[in-house]
Design a protein around this ligand. Structure first.
Ligand code: PMP
Length: 393
């Protein structure tokens, strides 16, 4: 592997030079007015990225999993009923977090690669009262795109709080936290938000903040208690110095740089670009005879592809693709891990990256003896989409 290899895994991703440059700058004091301005502006921008004008954003040192724990810890009490709309490995992770907090967790499940029907969700919601409904917008283990808007609307009608894991969607898929009635949306810095790994992001609605205040049990973790962080977020937004735990200055500067780029591109244009890129990939997969693990194209992510190995091909394909200069990822869902691989296409992915990736996959497949396609058909199919107009819907 070399630094010139193209990183096409579902996070971390290739990011823009200005983001790297921000990361490499001299580390300022977290109380330096320049950093206070950067962090304050980032918090404002994060609201725009998530479509969350009235929510309170928190950006903490940690992974996406920390953001999941931050969300859960502040609203779950032992004995609370939590319903998980389950689309894969990361939905299961949220369930494990809720269980550790003493919640009674139920699942609405479907076969791997499918989104559970909304009727099943409704059935569960009428059978029991749930304090919280959680969902994974894009489950990175399956490539399933959950119908978050509908799930949240059904959950709110039954009086539940909604938590959305947007780690693999924020900055790439359409997401409007406030109008979609999401109480807590959470993410990580390393995917479609376009920065290095290391930051946990979560935005809390007023109802979620009230739920923390109403909790019977104070969070066992001081670091994860939003009561500690709320004054800090407010201070940075008012451009005032404050301290609870030292913020990762360079990572925050990097995320601020990528968020600025994101808003310059415009959220709807960015979402359209992700669709366009994913359609170019989908055209290539079809031409090559590669089937998606996620079965319904309308419930399939635009930020990654999860592809079943064709007959006679196994996980050594990943190494063969790497030999062609592109890094892709293996399967993740424990029940299907060895049957598929994943290609991330989010953040700053461009048309040229699609062609580089498809070309590498074609050559690797041919080298491994998979010759049911005419070499170049995947590239031609992708190129046709790339050459078309950028969709704006
Ligand atoms: N949720 C989803 C949907 C993810 O894709 C990931 C990371 N792949 C996580 C949560 C956890 O994030 P992290 O690895 O940064 O802890």
């Amino acid at each position: 592997m070399t630094d010139r290899d193209l990183l096409m895994i579902p996070g971390p991703i290739e990011f823009e030079p200005t983001v790297l440059e921000a990361l490499g700058r001299k580390t300022l004091s977290h109380l330096d007015p320049r950093f206070i301005e950067t962090f304050g502006k980032l918090l404002e921008d994060v609201r725009d990225v998530f479509g969350a004008p009235n929510c309170t954003p928190m950006v903490l040192a940690g992974g996406g999993t920390l953001a999941m724990e931050l969300a859960a810890t502040n609203v779950i009490d032992p004995g609370d009923n939590v319903l998980v709309y389950n689309t894969g490995y990361f939905s299961d992770r949220m369930a494990r977090i809720a269980e550790r907090l003493g919640a009674n967790v139920d699942h609405v499940r479907a076969a791997i690669g499918e989104a559970p029907p909304l009727e099943a969700l409704d059935k569960a919601l009428t059978e029991k009262r749930y304090k919280i409904v959680t969902m994974t917008h894009v489950d990175t283990s399956t490539g399933v795109l959950a119908p978050v808007r509908q799930i949240a609307s059904h959950a709110k009608k039954s009086g539940s709080l909604t938590i959305v894991d947007a780690v693999c969607s924020a900055g790439g898929e359409e997401l409007h936290q406030a109008s979609w009635q999401i109480d807590i949306a959470l993410s990580g810095s390393q995917k479609a938000l376009g920065a290095p790994p290391g930051l946990a992001i979560a935005l809390f609605s007023q109802a979620a903040i009230e739920a923390r205040k109403a909790k019977k049990v104070v969070p066992a973790s001081l670091y994860l208690d939003i009561e500690e962080w709320l004054p800090i977020a407010q201070a940075y937004e008012s451009r005032k110095p404050s301290y609870f735990s030292t913020p990762p200055v360079n990572l925050i500067s990097a995320l601020a740089a990528s968020t600025q780029l994101l808003l310059e591109e415009g959220m709807s244009a960015r979402v359209a670009r992700h669709r366009w890129i994913s359609h170019a990939f989908r055209a290539a997969w079809q031409a090559l005879g590669l089937a998606s693990l996620s079965v319904d194209p309308h419930a399939t992510a635009h930020t990654l592809s999860a592809l079943l190995y064709p007959t006679g091909i196994d996980a050594s394909l990943i190494g063969a693709i790497r030999d062609e200069g592109v890094v892709v990822a293996g399967g993740l869902h424990p029940d299907a891990k060895t049957k598929y691989f994943r290609v991330g296409h989010m953040g700053s992915t461009r048309g040229g990256d699609v062609l580089t990736t498809v070309g590498a996959i074609e050559r690797a497949l041919v080298r491994m003896g998979y010759t049911t396609f005419e070499q170049g058909v995947g590239l031609a199919a992708a190129n046709k989409v790339i050459g078309g107009a950028l969709p704006h819907t």
